[in-house]
Design a protein around this ligand. Structure first.
Ligand SMILES: C[S@@+](CC[C@H](N)C(=O)[O-])C[C@H]1O[C@@H](n2cnc3c(N)ncnc32)[C@H](O)[C@@H]1O
Length: 456
């Protein structure tokens, strides 16, 4: 006779289940587990028993076995929401992020309005380094739970890890903005409002909107960081320029003519100059754009940029860049790990100049290629003191005679900071003497080194 069919069997299985559940409630995990297994053997209400078994096994700490029971349930009901959510939680706990993510993703698809599952997905995305997607997910959590402080905080934490601190002061930098706007106006006056414009590095969309305000009708703007691109798109639409400006959430190096931009650009605008000129990969980006994305005779804004500097003394900066004695110990050897350069803020950091201004490197941004360069230069010392480094700033040639500079004598509150290029060790210098330097760049960083650095 089929045992399953008998009332006696069902009765015994039900009693085992009741016993198991009581043991479970009382915290007797191992005993509860044995009784649940007995119920499973009896093939009684398996889809109800497996979640209980998985939960009791997880409670006694055997995560792999708990996952196994959730998998058994999922093999019967592949879209069991609790199984997916709980399995994802266990996998996350044991650091199996990719598998956890896939559980949370399926679960979110099944229950898009479940804030807890969406929150777990967001956390797993953030932990996997997928910050942009995590921000979007936390946004969904906030839509469902507007008072969720944690989701709000996580969104802000992730955004500020993605968007550098200088972005807002840069946008508030009226001098910089006005120089770019004058240059854009000049270019449009030459090429006409139907010129194809390519703006590399949308940011907030500011430069593209300047072009649109000036009447340009064909603007393609690209932005590597998806979160920034998404917000730029909203800003552009809010300002009424959605028709003229197409924002593409991609790096310029991933754009192609014909697909992303209808034709090679007549005017290229790009402000991807870091305070030390090169760190935002400006050379590779401009070379790639010249090769693939812009017309032979395109106007490039900016057309050139130079890094300028002067030798400086400063007790404040010396304390940031060099060390000798600490609490009576000689720790000077740590100078071999000292920073190569430090951002400095003119109004907050005192320093005095020991030389006149000199050029560190000069870049023609319209060139097809840029080789690394290094020149030996003798810098005359005008004031005696102990040099700690070279304070550096930029001169940006936008178009024709329109030039922007963040020379420290007149620029303290903009988006670009000046940068201290730290000497390997402090160097006493005498007025009237010269200091020999090696100056140049390796394409992604400036090189500022006293000659003979290796033997000094
Ligand atoms: C210094 S901000 C300038 C933003 C805006 N153009 C402005 O002037 O206010 C540079 C922006 O360019 C983006 N970016 C840098 N290199 C890029 C590239 N090759 N393609 C697309 N975006 C890039 C950065 O993520 C950043 O948001």
């Amino acid at each position: 006779m089929n045992k399953q069919a008998t009332g006696e069997h069902v009765n015994s299985a039900r009693l085992s289940l009741e016993r198991a559940m009581q043991l479970h409630v009382d915290g007797h995990w191992e005993c509860a587990e044995q009784h649940y297994l007995q119920v499973l053997l009896e093939d009684y209400r398996s889809t109800d028993v497996l979640p209980l078994l998985a939960s009791v096994v997880a409670k006694r700490g055997d995560i792999d076995l708990a996952v196994h029971y959730w998998d058994r349930l999922l093999s019967i009901q592949p879209f069991h929401l609790n199984a997916l959510a709980a399995k994802g939680g266990l996998l996350y706990k044991t650091g199996r992020l990719t598998e956890a993510l896939s559980c949370f993703e399926i679960a979110t698809g099944l229950a898009p309005d479940d804030a807890l599952i969406r929150n777990n997905l967001a956390v797993a995305l953030a932990d996997s380094g997928r910050k942009d997607e995590a921000i979007i997910e936390f946004g969904h959590v906030l839509r469902l739970q507007p008072d969720n402080v944690n989701a709000y905080h996580q969104m802000r934490r992730l955004s500020s890890a993605i968007v550098p601190f200088w972005h807002i002061p840069m946008m508030n930098d009226t001098r910089r903005n006005d120089c770019f706007e004058r240059a854009i106006r000049r270019a449009l006056a030459t090429r006409g409002s139907s010129a194809q414009i390519l703006d590399i590095g949308t940011g907030s969309g500011l430069l593209s909107m300047m072009a649109a305000r000036e009447g340009a009708t064909n603007i393609v703007s690209c932005e590597t960081v998806p979160t920034i691109a998404r917000v730029a798109q909203e800003i552009v639409a809010e300002n009424g320029y959605g028709e003229q400006i197409k924002v593409i959430g991609k790096s310029s190096t991933a754009l192609s003519v014909g697909r992303d931009i209808p034709a090679k650009a007549d005017i290229m605008i790009s402000e991807i100059l870091s305070s030390d000129l090169l760190a935002e990969d400006v050379l590779s980006t401009f070379e790639d754009a010249r090769r693939r994305l812009i017309a032979e005779d395109a106007i490039v804004i900016p057309k050139a940029a130079s890094a300028m500097g002067c030798l400086v003394a400063s007790e404040t900066l010396a304390a940031y860049s060099h060390v000798r004695m600490a609490s009576g110990f000689n720790v000077a050897r740590f100078n071999s790990l000292a920073p190569l350069r430090l951002p400095i803020h003119g109004t907050m950091t005192e320093w005095s100049r020991l030389s006149n201004d000199f050029e560190i490197a000069s870049l023609d941004l319209t060139s097809a290629a840029h080789e690394p360069e290094l020149r030996a230069v003798s810098i005359p010392v005008i004031t005696s003191g102990t040099a700690v480094g070279v304070v550096q700033w930029m001169q940006v040639d936008l178009i024709d005679d329109i030039v922007f500079t963040n020379h420290p004598d007149g620029y303290h509150d903009g988006g670009w900071l000046q940068v201290l290029h730290v000497l390997p060790k402090p160097m006493p210098v005498e007025a009237g003497s010269v200091v020999d330097f090696l100056l140049g760049h390796d394409r992604s960083t400036l090189i500022v080194l006293p000659a003979g650095f290796a033997t000094s």
